[in-house]
Unconditional design. Structure first.
Lengths: 119, 323
């Protein structure tokens, strides 16, 4: 049954792609195609664009990306626990308490270090 | 029991076509029309009124118009990525709906990890948005894409916390199981899990880039954000993905917190749609009520308020159930 579930997901992804590409095919058949230099120029509020957009961008985006990866991995651990902790009883709760405390200390550390500031 | 694979593949493909059509018509076309009508009413205007009775066919006409529009690919763009990005967004919006139960038995597939699957598929959108913003090779689009990425990953964590709290209460990740765990009016998780409900609503609004969290496409500073360079149907695919995502969030809020298809008298599907549209209306109402946040305010709200609150609420829920 598990395999069947994921078969549905796979078929949905493939058929979804085809369905999304369908209107693009219609456009290819119906719509005009008349590119000329001014039309294919990058839009920049009507002036001729200077330089490339593919330049360096600020490091703070990476900072948030890193903090996110750390926390997201830890959140994943909470999912299986959330399902079974009722059966495992109080011990599982206390264990998770310790885990969450470490998580909160980590958050406090990142906060204190200024990783959560948008300079 | 033997599984007849070709039959199942055909059934899955059929369902995919049905769900995709449902999204294109109900979420995208009707959603955009509702958005414009409700925006109009809130601003003492009438909204679209001329195409069809009371403007009902406005978005149909728009779609036909968009189908005839030229696809402009900027010559500075990365063509392959530029063309794939709208498809990713549209497909991610579709995949969410696999685990949404419209009524008893009316679900594409009751995955045993339904809620986690939904969260994973919803966050696929960010890849499409980031790809579109980056491939456009346009400064506005790049900024929009980056902002969107930092915003969506920041709000994914509080949303995960809210989902975990609900899963703890229900003892399952299956969306059908969660609906069945909510008994009666007072049993709805919107009451028992009220803090999780609030965290989820705020995070969901941010995840779908809606006002007051619409920085990625802030029209007054970034033109149209990550889809500045997209024209015609490719733009429409981004819109479709966005509305599919918004309706999916409303549907998930209905399923997890508002008791899903349950309700007296009316058929289950009607109850589900009524609740879902109520949440959609709430999101549209918010749009004309709150001004846009600044990026630092937005990130502070997620990291310094919602995330610690979500962790604490998980602890409180765990304590309440364990002891």
């Amino acid at each position: 049954m598990l395999l069947l579930d994921w078969l549905y997901v796979g078929v949905f992804a493939v058929v979804g792609l085809l369905m999304a590409a369908l209107p693009l095919a219609v456009v290819w058949a119906l719509a005009p195609r008349m590119p000329y230099p001014q039309k294919t120029l990058t839009y920049e509020s009507g002036v001729v664009p200077f330089g490339q957009a593919w330049a360096q961008f600020h490091v703070r985006y990476y900072l948030f990306g890193l903090v996110f990866v750390i926390f997201d991995v830890e959140v994943i651990y909470l999912y299986p626990w959330a399902i079974v902790f009722q059966e495992l009883g109080k011990f599982a709760f206390v264990e998770m308490l310790i885990f969450l405390t470490i998580l909160l200390v980590g958050l406090a550390y990142a906060w204190r270090k200024g990783a959560l500031e948008w300079m | 029991m033997t599984v007849q694979w070709p039959l199942e593949v055909a059934r899955a493909a059929g369902l995919a076509v049905v769900v995709f059509t449902f999204l294109a018509v109900v979420a995208a076309m009707l959603g955009v029309l509702l958005e414009r009508k409700i925006s109009g009413w809130i601003q003492s205007r009438l909204g679209p009124k001329h195409v069809g009775p009371q403007g009902l066919l406005q978005t149909v006409a728009d779609t036909i118009k968009l189908l005839q529009k030229e696809h402009i690919t900027p010559r500075a763009a990365d063509v392959v990525v530029f063309n794939t990005a709208p498809l990713i967004v549209a497909v991610a919006g579709l995949l969410d709906w696999i685990v949404i139960p419209f009524g008893p038995g009316l679900i594409v597939r009751d995955l045993n990890i339904g809620v986690l699957f939904f969260a994973a598929m919803a966050s696929l959108t960010v890849i499409g948005i980031l790809a579109g913003g980056f491939a456009s090779n346009n400064k506005y689009a790049l900024l929009g894409g980056l902002r969107s990425a930092s915003q969506m990953i920041s709000y994914e964590l509080p949303m995960g916390m809210a989902l975990i709290a609900v899963a703890m209460e229900a003892g399952t990740l299956s969306t059908v199981g969660i609906v069945e765990a909510q008994q009666g009016w007072l049993g709805a998780f919107a009451i028992r899990q009220f803090p999780a409900f609030v965290i989820f609503l705020v995070a969901a609004t941010a995840e779908v880039n809606r006002v007051p969290f619409d920085l990625p496409e802030a029209e007054s500073e970034l033109v149209a954000g990550y889809f500045s360079e997209y024209t015609g149907m490719r733009f429409a695919l981004f819109q479709l993905g966005e509305y599919a995502e918004m309706f999916a969030m409303a549907a998930l809020a209905t399923t997890l917190f508002l008791g899903g298809w349950k309700g007296p008298l009316l058929p289950p599907v009607v109850w589900f749609l009524v609740k879902m549209y109520a949440v959609v209306f709430f999101l549209m109402w918010m749009r004309w009520t709150y001004p846009r946040l600044r990026l630092d305010q937005l990130l502070n709200l997620s990291w310094k308020l919602l995330l610690p609150a979500g962790l604490l609420w998980i602890l409180i829920t765990g304590y309440r159930i364990s002891f």
